[in-house]
Design a protein around this ligand. Structure first.
Ligand code: COI
Length: 356
């Protein structure tokens, strides 16, 4: 593992006075982590420096062919003053998978974890303490070769920035309205849908704008081939409770393997609930909404945590779920996940990692 050089700021910023108004990803802390890659040299020179603009040539490959990946996780303050990360090993493994798909040399896993812990330790006073808030961690890698040829870059930058954040949705834990998109698609099997890559989010914007114009918070994507099977929502995976069973689309190569998705599955199974990872068609969903067997719907994600869905729209059907309120499974998952993350509930699964 490489030693991280520390250069601390001489001009620390004021921390946000009102933690209830943080929003998501709008404020950034005093420092950032940077590590460079050059072919022949590997990943080298890890450092923590004051948060600042980065300088790149206009020809840097990331600007042209989007060779980029990112991750998202959070640090939490516990009531007894400890600092916890939640399942960082999962993010680090997913980052490695994303890198491999995008021809980016993966960051060694021990350097990645050390980077997360060291930066969070330096910035621990930025972790907000108000319920529902946390320090969002955004690691990302960009291709920096100065070249317009379409091929993998030979140089990269790995950067981590931190943002004290509140709820992802302006509505907080109140149920969101979701637009099931029947025209545009996000990803296809064999593409980069299961990688956490900026390009997937660029592909999502057109439909997101359309959904928002109709008063919907996010888009639920159907598969890119038959446009029939449910995949995921813009910033989260999706779960349903249908006739007493917890159901979520099975991972198929075009769905992001969410860390909170895996956590929901683990928790529901540990509670003795019947859980199915399988294909879910939109027709099945509409029929379940019509006959009353669609009991609950929620999204799961690092940023979104557990986000109850109160309304789903598909073509001319507008389906209200759980009477537009929060269902009991969504509420139990939210309470349990956030309870473990913030050290208020016992971590029986060994999911949290303390930053000392
Ligand atoms: C996360 O939940 O961490 C994400 O990366 C979703 C995001 C695009 C806001």
């Amino acid at each position: 593992m490489q030693e991280i050089k520390l250069e601390l700021t001489k001009n620390p910023k004021e921390k946000p006075a009102d933690q209830s108004k943080l929003g998501f990803g709008r404020i950034f802390t005093d420092h950032m982590y940077v590590m460079d890659y050059h072919e022949g040299q590997g990943w080298h020179d890890p450092k923590i420096i004051p948060y600042q603009p980065i300088s790149l040539e206009p020809s840097a490959m990331v600007f042209h062919y989007a060779q980029e990946m990112f991750e998202g996780l959070k640090a939490y303050h516990t009531p007894d003053g400890r600092v916890l990360l939640f399942r960082p090993d999962r993010n680090i493994q997913r980052a490695e998978n994303s890198c491999k798909r995008l021809c980016i040399p993966p960051v060694p896993q021990d350097d990645f974890l050390n980077a997360l812990k060291t930066l969070v330790r330096v910035e621990k006073d930025w972790i907000p303490t108000t319920p529902g808030t946390s320090l969002y961690i955004r690691p990302f890698i960009i291709a920096t070769d100065e070249s317009l040829g379409v091929h993998p870059s030979h140089s990269y930058k790995f950067i981590i920035i931190l943002s004290p954040s509140g709820a992802y949705y302006a509505s907080g834990l109140n149920p969101v309205k979701i637009w099931i998109e029947d025209d545009y698609v996000r990803a296809v099997r064999g593409g980069i849908g299961e990688a956490k890559a900026g390009g997937n989010y660029a592909a999502s914007l057109k439909a997101q704008v359309k959904g928002e114009a109709g008063g919907y918070a996010q888009v639920l994507w159907l598969d890119g081939v038959e446009r029939k099977y449910i995949e995921e929502v813009g910033s989260m995976n999706i779960f349903f409770k249908i006739a007493g069973k917890v159901v979520t689309p099975q991972l198929n190569g075009s769905i992001l393997p969410g860390v909170t998705r895996a956590t929901c599955l683990d928790l529901c199974r540990s509670w003795g609930m019947e859980v199915e990872e399988r294909r879910v068609s939109v027709e099945e969903l509409v029929a379940a909404a019509r006959d009353g067997s669609l009991e609950e719907c929620w999204g799961s994600g690092t940023a979104a945590v557990i986000s109850p869905v109160g309304t789903l729209r598909y073509e001319n059907d507008v389906m209200e779920i759980s009477g537009g309120g929060i269902g009991p499974v969504s509420q139990r998952l939210y309470d349990t996940v956030t309870g473990i993350q913030t050290g208020k509930l016992e971590d029986a699964h060994g999911w949290t990692v303390e930053v000392k």
